[in-house]
Write a protein of this length. Structure first.
Ligand code: 5GP
Length: 193
């Protein structure tokens, strides 16, 4: 998706060889027009899949997930990282090791919001080693629902997540695939590959 790649090149910062900072348009400040286009693009890629719900993880997945769900005319659900007083019973939960925070969190979704028979599109901002994706997949499967596929805004293709998910036969659609962040230079996997 050229609009996204250009945005990454102009406003993204390679903080290290492994971490890309995109807080000017995705992880802190959000570019609404870009989110609208991301929602349309995920819709185009999954429109034949009879999606019944979009699932993401708070907080940075929410903007692209909501825009995607709007196109499908289905609800967006986000897995929560913290328990609250109103959020206690009947939870579907999984552990996720946070790549950026280097800590393990429990994430949870109420079993009201994912039901057997649901066909779920998982959306996330980044795919690195696939920990967040694996936890979201576990939650869907605990509910006896189906994972239709994963829509990723930025895949870091030099990390293992995409290949692990594909080896398990999950469909992964990434809008930008970063090949390398070495020496502060952002390069993409060629679309033809
Ligand atoms: P994974 O679980 O695939 O290892 O990592 C994905 C999660 O970690 C995403 O939900 C995202 O929040 C965060 N993440 C991983 N790598 C990066 C990165 O390079 N930059 C940012 N901003 N977040 C990342």
């Amino acid at each position: 998706m050229d609009l996204l790649k250009n945005k990454i090149l102009s406003e993204g910062i390679a903080l290290s060889d492994n971490v890309l900072k995109v807080d000017k348009f995705l992880n802190h400040q959000i570019d609404p027009e870009l989110m609208v286009e991301i929602g349309k693009e995920f819709y185009e890629r999954f429109k034949d899949d009879k999606i019944t719900k979009v699932l993401t993880l708070e907080s940075s997945g929410i903007a692209p997930a909501v825009m995607t769900a709007l196109n499908f005319n289905v609800p967006a659900v986000f897995a929560r990282k913290r328990k609250s007083l109103t959020f206690t019973n009947d939870l579907l939960s999984a552990q996720v090791f946070s790549y950026t925070k280097q800590e393990t969190n429990m994430i949870s979704v109420s079993n009201q919001f994912i039901k057997p028979g649901d066909n779920i599109l998982i959306i996330d901002d980044f795919l690195a080693n696939g920990e967040a994706a694996a936890a979201l997949i576990s939650i869907v499967e605990q509910a006896d629902a189906r994972v239709a596929g994963l829509g990723i805004v930025i895949e870091k293709s030099f990390q293992s997540g995409a290949s692990i998910l594909k080896s398990k036969n999950y469909r992964v659609e990434s809008l930008a695939r970063v090949q390398s962040l070495t020496d502060g230079t952002i390069t993409f996997v060629e679309d033809a590959e």
